[in-house]
Design a protein around this ligand. Sequence first.
Ligand SMILES: N[C@@H](CCC(=O)N[C@@H](CS)C(=O)NCC(=O)O)C(=O)O
Length: 207
Amino acid sequence: MKLFVDSGYLSPWALSSFAALTVKGAAFTLEAVDLSVPRPAEYAAKSLTGLIPLLEDGDFTLIESMAITGYIDETVPGPDLYPQDARQRAQARQVQSWIRSSLQPLRKERPTEAVFLGHRFAPLSAEAEACARQFLQVTSRLLSHGGATLTATWSLADIDLALMINRLRLHGDMVGGVPLPDRLTAYAAAQWQHPAVQAWLALPRPV
Ligand SMILES: N[C@@H](CCC(=O)N[C@@H](CS)C(=O)NCC(=O)O)C(=O)O
């Protein structure tokens, strides 16, 4: 299999797909795509939208990280990427979908350069602060059970959720004038130690 990701290794959706293959222990090659220049015709022919990530499995190509990780989970032997239980699996995907479709002000003002490159950005605008407050409220509810993972067993949603928390945690943000809840920071810090995340962090990023 081949996984096409951004050459800066900054995309959260690329991380999710990379983690899926890594957790499965799949043999794959990582292809870096330079997003700052027009895609080569060969890539445009493979990718419906021209976006990354893109998974290539023989003559089959797939975009959209949640479709990619679902396909990997169903076709590659190895540890589960999502819970076996239907309700828990749906809860994990609920969180992944929420993160991908919402929270835009927070994602915009705390881009992944804050997480992967240590870049520092202006204080959150009122809009992003409100978004961050809502994000923390929802995430606190999600993790109110006090467990180490979102659902009873680990899933890829844990990496997605930890990355969202880390946009604030690793930037040193306070939200509403108070530090992030301890439970959330402990959860994100622990998930960040996951071997698949550590393998992603070890990729050579341009300075
Ligand atoms: N919903 C897609 C999002 C994919 C996406 O937005 N990819 C961005 C990088 S994070 C991209 O390819 N940007 C390049 C461009 O817009 O030209 C997924 O989950 O895979």
